[in-house]
Write a protein that binds this ligand. Structure first.
Ligand SMILES: Cc1cc2nc3c(=O)[nH]c(=O)nc-3n(C[C@H](O)[C@H](O)[C@H](O)COP(=O)(O)OP(=O)(O)OC[C@H]3O[C@@H](n4cnc5c(N)ncnc54)[C@H](O)[C@@H]3O)c2cc1C
Length: 305
């Protein structure tokens, strides 16, 4: 398989790294090496690669910018495909079509340039369009699904490219069908926006970004909010009330700026983060009867096909 994968990547010009450190490709800067780390540059090459991997039966996982992920310290025995080099965007009328790997920030800037509003609140989320759709990423009352029209997907079961409209993707708070059904890989998405003055859009983006910088530990490596919003209150409030601000395991700590974030103070391992997550969950549940569910996704050494 390894030989045929190398040959495929050479033939289809898919940049490939062998035994690549995942800490270099995640915002947490944590994780061992992946056997193969592939970076397709066009949607056509991406689809060919997905079809090839699918047919080979080899375990693989598609990621975007790795900003919601915690990889195992032992890395991954299998193939990681990152969309981060697929950054196409076209705007026609009030519609924008974006490739899976386009950073949300770049999409927001392109929309501001085209006088199209509706995504300003997402400015500053460090993920790609594909990762954001899987997570139904959002902030300040808005989510990426709000303006979505449809998604173009590679379906591993049908072995074909299909399109699904928003209403078939079961979006809710930080959830989507794409998260539950790993058969789908996001190739691109189309959004329907509203006409708005460019300066007003840029002003809103600037406000949203300042709010992030003021309240979040943006200068330390993290994977964003560590926990989903619980049924009662906010994760950060419970963690703070439990006296866990600054709590530390190895190089991982609860941010003193925002208790909902776990930050890498330097040299943190995935096990440090997982131990800290478990300690927070136990303490908050013991004291307040509230179960905190991680938002950060842990990816173990053995990934499934
Ligand atoms: C400082 C900071 C602030 C953050 N603030 C926010 C916030 O305000 N709101 C918020 O919602 N999130 C926030 N996040 C978390 C994160 O940025 C989002 O969840 C983002 O949408 C993840 O995008 P990504 O490209 O990094 O995806 P990744 O982390 O690479 O992947 C996330 C999931 O999507 C899957 N995936 C990625 N691309 C594809 C694809 N093309 N097809 C199929 N599956 C795919 C992966 O397998 C994985 O399961 C923050 C993170 C950081 C570090």
């Amino acid at each position: 398989m390894e030989k045929s994968l190398r040959e495929f990547c050479l033939k289809e010009r898919v940049p490939a790294l062998w035994n690549a450190s995942l800490s270099d490709y995640t915002s947490f800067h944590i994780g061992g090496a992946a056997d193969a780390f592939l970076l397709p540059e066009t949607e056509a090459a991406f689809v060919k690669l997905l079809a090839f991997l699918n047919a080979s039966g080899r375990a693989f996982r598609v990621i975007g910018n790795g900003t919601n992920l915690l990889f195992s310290d032992r890395g991954v025995r299998g193939v990681i495909v990152s969309t981060r080099h697929m950054r196409g965007v076209t705007v026609r009328g009030r519609c924008a079509r974006a490739s899976a790997g386009l950073p949300l920030n770049v999409l927001c800037c392109a929309l501001a340039e085209a006088s199209l509003g509706g995504m300003e609140c997402l400015y500053g989320i460090p993920g790609t369009v594909g990762g954001a759709l899987v997570m139904n990423a959002g902030a300040y009352g808005a989510a990426i699904s709000d303006t979505l029209s449809y998604v173009s997907l590679y379906d591993r079961e049908e072995r074909a490219v299909i399109s699904l409209p928003k209403k078939e993707l079961s979006f809710s708070y930080r959830k989507s069908l794409l998260q539950r059904e790993r058969r789908y890989t996001v190739l691109s998405a189309e959004f329907s926006l509203e006409s708005k003055n460019s300066e007003a859009i840029r002003g809103e983006m600037k406000r949203v970004l300042s709010r992030r910088m003021e309240t979040q530990p943006t200068t330390l490596p993290s994977a964003g909010s560590a926990f989903l919003r619980p049924e009662r209150g906010y994760a950060a409030e419970w963690i703070e009330q439990a006296g866990l601000l600054g709590a530390r395991v190895g190089g991982a700590a609860v941010s003193v700026k925002h208790a909902g974030f776990i930050v890498n103070l330097g040299g943190a391992t995935a096990e440090d983060v997982r131990t800290l997550i478990a300690q927070i969950q136990n303490e908050v549940e013991r004291r307040f009867g509230v179960l905190l569910v991680p938002e950060i996704e842990y990816i173990d050494e053995e990934i499934t096909v």
